[in-house]
Design a protein around this ligand. Structure first.
Ligand code: NI
Ligand code: MN
Length: 229
């Protein structure tokens, strides 16, 4: 499986001609390494409704005739933008044909802020995803704090790779993300949601060293870089 890091929380998984893109935020992202029109994917996963996660979702989904998978309220909103959607909810598992996607909790918020109307549209709970594909289990934590049920998730699933936010301020920071990696028993961790803007600046090499001291492989990808699993 090929893993492309497009910057912020946007990652793309590709195997056997199939591709899943998660939380596409390229337009307006100062650290983005791809353009929405360059993304080829059959599935778009959205962890929650903040603009730094859904900015290009409708554009990419419609361009590719892709399926948008998100929590029910956000999926409904995306359907109003003209997308094919699959709404789901916490603890549920959905097949996207070539992979199974399971929705897990995240401790965060989720709403669509319509600045010019001073309106916030409720978009359901924030989420993370477990992706079961090619015999691998990959976790994308979305935006979240550390929470103790990560231990339960780590007990129940063998996680080959976890994408964990480390930016602090809006999500857990590096220290809590190391604990998250331990609780999830993740074999490998790719840090996300950092260095996009000054308030979430972090030292990814230090994070990788902290993981290494606990026997966990950290893989810090720069936007535009990829890895193979
Ligand atoms: Ni967020
Ligand atoms: Mn975010």
């Amino acid at each position: 499986m090929k893993i492309d890091y497009h910057g912020h929380s946007c990652v793309q998984l590709t195997s056997g001609g199939n591709s899943i893109v998660i939380d596409p935020y390229l337009t307006g992202n100062p650290a983005a390494a791809a353009k929405p029109e360059d993304i080829r994917a059959q599935v778009v996963l959205l962890t929650h409704a903040h603009s730094d996660h859904i900015a290009d979702a409708a554009d990419i989904a419609k361009r590719n005739n892709a399926l948008v998978v998100a929590i029910y309220e956000l999926a409904t909103y995306m359907s109003w933008q003209g997308c094919n959607v699959l709404g789901m909810n916490m603890g549920g598992k959905a097949s996207v044909g070539f992979a199974d996607v399971r929705m897990i909790q995240a401790f965060h918020s989720s709403g669509i802020i319509v600045q010019d109307q001073k309106n916030i549209i409720y978009a359901g709970m924030p989420a993370g995803f477990l992706i079961h594909w090619d015999g691998l289990t990959i976790l994308h934590a979305g935006d979240t704090s550390l929470f103790s049920d990560m231990k339960m998730i780590g007990e129940r699933y063998s996680i080959d790779l976890a994408f964990l936010p480390i930016g602090d301020l809006f999500t857990m920071g590096p220290e809590d993300a190391v604990t998250a990696a331990e609780w999830l028993k993740a074999k490998r961790v790719v840090p996300i949601h950092y260095n996009t803007f000054p308030p979430i600046r972090q030292d990814a090499d230090r994070f990788v060293r902290m993981l290494g001291e606990r026997g966990i492989q950290g893989i810090a990808l720069k936007p535009g870089e990829s890895a193979t699993l």
